[in-house]
Design a protein around this ligand. Structure first.
Ligand code: A3P
Length: 319
């Protein structure tokens, strides 16, 4: 498989040949690429994103570390920015996975189509990426396009990914949570170290709050309507007084809720044909805060909490 992803582009092969490489518990090897551990399958797409992508000022970029709530944020950004076109009851998310409505640049857009024509897409184009902030192309950084970032308590992220990896069904993936935990703990993690990923967007959001909106899964679970409104303002699609009165904010929050999205037919039984076929329901597990306590042993939890305290200390960020 690895050959399939890399062989089609000699130049990319040459670029990655000399990079440090590590085994990854999920199966795909990781390469230390521009300071981060990137899964083999994602590297060609990230390079093409960096070298080909021409941002428009109206573009919206959904960014996240995997399993931090990407699916949720994609749905919200799509619904908020397209609400003048589609009704809540009949919008593309009732028929398609959020991951098909908002494509990921490294896994969908550039992986199978080396030169996709993104110029034909109407405004606002919405894409997603797991690339850390320092890996985003200057075209994105220098444009007026907006970046929204979703992060989450990384212990919950780890547990969420631990369950998701069963759906990837990759050969060579390890089966013990303690083995996987050690890799998470060491930072040798897809798109990681996870804390470096989070901190990269956190710092960017502090430096340029009009460009990067940093969101926390836990806060959004607590008060989804507040964040629907905040997203509307940030993305340039503010809710009018009339819409507020009509309950549009609540309608979007409810439509994008875990319960509602999970129970849509397409997300119950559909399948996506990206690099590996993944069932749409794999993106909807529990949708809860604090599930890590059910899976990490007391000693793992103690180490992970201390690690997070160390990594985020002084940043102003806590979970
Ligand atoms: P759990 O495995 O903890 O349930 P991603 O979308 O980045 O792959 O992250 C997946 C996680 O987000 C899963 O967490 C999933 O259940 C949760 N999730 C998916 N849709 C959600 C929604 N609409 N609201 C809240 N959480 C959601």
């Amino acid at each position: 498989n690895e050959e399939k992803y890399l062989n089609n582009d000699m130049e990319i092969q040459v670029q990655i040949q000399s990079l440090p490489r590590a085994k990854y518990w999920v199966g795909d090897d990781l390469y230390k690429f521009q300071g981060f551990w990137i899964p083999t399958i994602a590297i060609p797409g990230i390079i093409k994103f960096q070298t080909q992508f021409q941002a428009r000022d109206s573009d919206l970029l959904v960014t996240s570390f995997p399993k931090c709530g990407t699916t949720w944020l994609k749905s919200l950004v799509f619904m908020i920015s397209n609400r003048s076109i589609y009704s809540i009851s009949d919008n593309p998310l009732t028929k398609l996975s959020p991951h098909d409505v908002v494509p990921n640049l490294e896994f969908n857009v550039y992986l199978f189509k080396p030169y996709p024509d993104l110029e034909i897409l109407p405004n606002p184009r919405i894409f997603s990426t797991h690339a850390p902030y320092p890996l985003l192309p200057s075209s994105v950084i220098n444009s007026e396009s907006k970046i929204v970032y979703m992060c989450r308590n990384l212990l919950d992220q780890f547990v969420s990914f631990w369950h998701f990896k069963d759906r990837l069904k990759q050969q060579g993936a390890c089966t013990s949570i303690s083995e996987a935990f050690e890799m998470f703990y060491s930072g040798v993690d897809g798109f990681g170290p996870s804390w470096e990923h989070v901190l990269s967007y956190w710092k960017a959001s502090l430096e340029n709050p009009n460009k990067v909106l940093f969101l926390k899964y836990e806060d959004m679970k607590e008060n989804p309507t507040f964040y629907v409104k905040k997203l509307g303002d940030f993305l340039g699609f503010p809710f009018s007084e009339e819409e507020v009165k009509q309950g549009m904010i609540e309608e979007i929050a409810n439509f994008c809720s875990f319960e509602n999205l999970r129970n849509l037919g397409v997300n119950k039984s559909g399948k996506r044909a990206i690099a590996r076929p993944i069932e749409n329901n794999a993106y909807f597990r529990k949708g809860e805060v604090g599930d890590w306590a059910n899976y990490l042993s007391p000693s793992m939890a103690e180490r992970a909490i201390k690690l997070m305290d160390d990594k985020f200390s002084g940043s102003g960020l806590s979970f």
